[in-house]
Design a protein around this ligand. Structure first.
Ligand code: EPU
Length: 415
């Protein structure tokens, strides 16, 4: 298993060209199955999760070819079954339920895997499908669906689930009639999916607001699309600069997707400038505490940046309270940060953090993707050497993480 070895203390300086968003591209892979025609996706990050999704598509008959950051998909489906072995690797396999059902009117999908950050049930997806007339049976770890009598309907989500919003958009795009979703998730990745589906010939509107309308069309066609930049990766590099000091410019960003983080970083004493698709950060002093940060659905503070924020708050000059409202067990980075000298007490969904002057190197283990990224940030700050085990978790979401950080001046190697 690969590890990172980090000698902390270097400032970060330079430019980062942002990768395409993992969480945007994965539902696009599912959407590509809604047509037999070729779909061309640009700006696809080179990540394990994307490779796993490609393998799942191939296992049900699709052709998937990568040429650099471009991926071509042809959805020649010859199966409607997503086997357990592949589905357990990736949470996003659940999107295939919507698109395979739309194409084949039948689907059999194993319960999805993904980061171990909470219970992650799929009841909101399945209740919405039932609302659209899909018959669902759950047995032996598989979900069996029959959509032969599917019909557009009104769906009201109890909670604005990102995945369920995307799945309903995928299923309803070619269903008979009109489907509306109220209390839909508003994340930028949902707008990305709407834009892509509309280029394929769908009639979807309202993404980015809590009310989405999907007017079902007969069929969809092939198209070409460029994936939006990864706001969580962008946020992670900004926070890396904030914890190390230095000056970093992100290129190819969408600053509007990062308002919640940018305002926290400004208040903590970092200088931030935005200009079209560029975000510049300068950090030249110890961070002020963040006081209170509560994760919320977009446009609130993203749960995916909660772990890196804990690393920053660990070295701020004062106290921060972090409340995780989205996932039940997303504080697995905390015991590892404590090994590095952080002073954090967790009680349920609340982490109380008292900033120390500086962290110290230790051997730690990445437990999940974003928690692993937080340990890298902590290691970049720490005095001495930090060894991070199980970095495959981190590489599920960050392309060339060690190489990009090295190019900015960090002392990090992968062994
Ligand atoms: N939930 C339910 N029932 C459902 C669906 C969700 O109870 O049917 C709960 C979840 O258990 C969780 C909360 O609702 O507590 C939020 O889940 P949501 O469905 O919004 O998240 P997701 O679609 O599973 C996506 C991202 C996550 C990101 C969340 C929140 C992808 C592939 N994953 O997950 O990304 O944290 O939205 O923004 O898009 C990551 O990239 O590290 C990551 C975990």
């Amino acid at each position: 298993m690969a590890k990172y070895i980090i000698n902390g203390g270097s400032a970060l300086n330079g430019k980062v060209f942002l990768q395409g968003a993992k969480n945007a591209v994965l539902p696009l892979f599912a959407a590509a199955l809604l047509t037999e025609e070729e779909v061309v996706l640009h700006n696809c990050p080179d990540l394990l999760d994307v490779d796993n999704m490609a393998r799942i598509l191939q296992s049900i008959g699709a052709d998937v070819e990568r040429h650099g950051e471009t991926i071509k998909i042809r959805g020649n489906l010859n199966s409607y079954e997503i086997p357990y072995g592949l589905a357990k690797e990736l949470r996003s396999s659940i999107f295939l339920l919507g698109s395979v059902l739309a194409r084949r009117k039948k689907a059999k999908v194993a319960y999805p895997g993904g980061c171990d950050i909470g219970l992650r049930p799929i009841n909101i997806h399945l209740d919405a499908f039932r609302e659209l007339g899909v018959k669902i049976e759950e047995k032996y770890g598989y979900i069996y669906c029959d959509a032969s009598n599917m019909q557009g309907s009104h769906i009201n989500f109890d909670y604005p689930s990102v995945g369920a919003t995307e799945n309903v958009m995928l299923l309803a795009a070619t269903a008979k009639g009109i489907t509306t979703i109220s209390n839909a998730a508003r994340e930028p990745e949902i707008e990305g999916l709407q834009d892509f589906l509309n280029l394929m010939g769908a009639k979807v509107s309202g993404a980015g607001t809590p009310f989405i309308t999907i007017e079902g069309v007969e069929s969809l066609k092939g198209t070409e699309y460029t994936t939006i930049p990864d706001r969580i990766v962008a946020g992670t590099y900004l926070m890396a600069c904030a914890i190390c000091g230095g000056e970093v410019e992100l290129i190819g960003a969408r600053p509007a997707h990062l308002h919640a983080l940018l305002s926290k970083l400004s208040k903590s004493g970092c200088k931030i400038k935005v200009n079209n698709d560029k975000i510049y950060i300068k950090a030249d002093r110890r961070l002020l505490p963040f006081e209170r940060v509560e994760t919320q659905p977009y446009p609130g503070f993203p749960t995916d940046l909660q772990a890196p924020l804990c690393a920053l708050a660990s070295v701020a000059c004062g106290n921060t309270v972090v409340i995780e409202n989205i996932f039940e067990t997303r504080f697995k980075h905390v015991p590892e940060l404590i090994k590095m000298g952080a002073r954090i007490i967790v009680s349920g969904s609340v982490a109380s953090i008292r900033g120390v002057e500086r962290l110290r190197g230790a051997e730690v283990t990445a437990m999940d993707l974003r928690g692993g990224a937080a340990l890298v940030l902590a290691g970049l700050n720490a005095k001495g050497t930090t060894i991070i085990n199980e970095v495959h978790h981190i590489e599920r979401g960050y392309e060339n993480f060690d190489a990009i950080l090295s190019s900015l001046g960090a002392d990090i190697v992968k062994v």
